[in-house]
Design a protein. Structure first.
Length: 201
């Protein structure tokens, strides 16, 4: 079977994706500070110049990966929401989802924490990350608004506040789980969401 020749734009996209995949492995192995553009380029089989042709800095490369990872996570949450017919069922399913992914996300969470400290010292990086988080919240909020309308839900929290709560609880509990492991109550995420989103009657 003859492979069709890629256009220049297709080759560019393919190279960019290969660099991103290589960077994920190098960041996971060495951490954000321990990784270098040289290591990422070598691992991907490209020159350092190829990396800089697509990304202005190691920070921009990491932010591109972060954006991909965040969108993938948001897509998974949206898929969970789309399959539910009520907010309470959504909470139950989210609790199961959180338990299923927290161990798989361990390395990525460690990188996030390392990058968080860096972003707090670099205002331009913090702003870019903040924009990504805001976009994620907006996507989740819109889906929750639709879900709330299905059951006439009168939660004390708005859809936007629920979206912030989901992400905040998830990140906070994940950090404590990685440190304290089984000492963290098993279904705390779901129970906390259930209580926070209970209607004020």
């Amino acid at each position: 079977m003859v492979r069709l020749r890629l256009t220049q734009e297709e080759r560019k996209k393919e190279t960019r994706q290969l660099l991103l995949e290589s960077a994920v492995e190098i960041f996971a192995r060495f951490g954000f500070h321990g990784a270098s553009v040289d290591k990422i380029a070598e691992h991907a089989g490209f020159s350092k110049g190829a990396v800089y042709a697509h990304f202005r800095s190691k920070e921009e490369l990491f932010l591109a990966i972060l954006e991909q990872q965040m969108q993938l996570h948001v897509d998974n949450i949206l898929q969970v929401i789309d399959g539910q017919h009520s907010l309470s069922h959504f909470i139950e399913t989210m609790d199961e989802y959180f338990l299923s992914v927290r161990q798989k996300n361990r390395t990525w969470s460690m990188l996030n924490m390392e990058f968080f400290l860096y972003a707090m010292r670099e205002e331009s990086v913090r702003r870019k990350w903040s924009d990504m988080i805001t976009e994620a919240v907006q996507q989740i909020s819109k889906a929750i608004e639709k879900l709330k309308s299905k059951e006439n839900n009168d939660s004390a929290l708005s859809a936007d506040e629920i979206a912030w709560t989901i992400l905040s609880l998830e990140n906070g509990l994940a950090i404590f789980y990685y440190i304290s492991e089984d000492r963290v109550p098993l279904h705390l995420y779901g129970k906390a969401l259930q209580n926070l989103l209970r209607s004020p009657h």
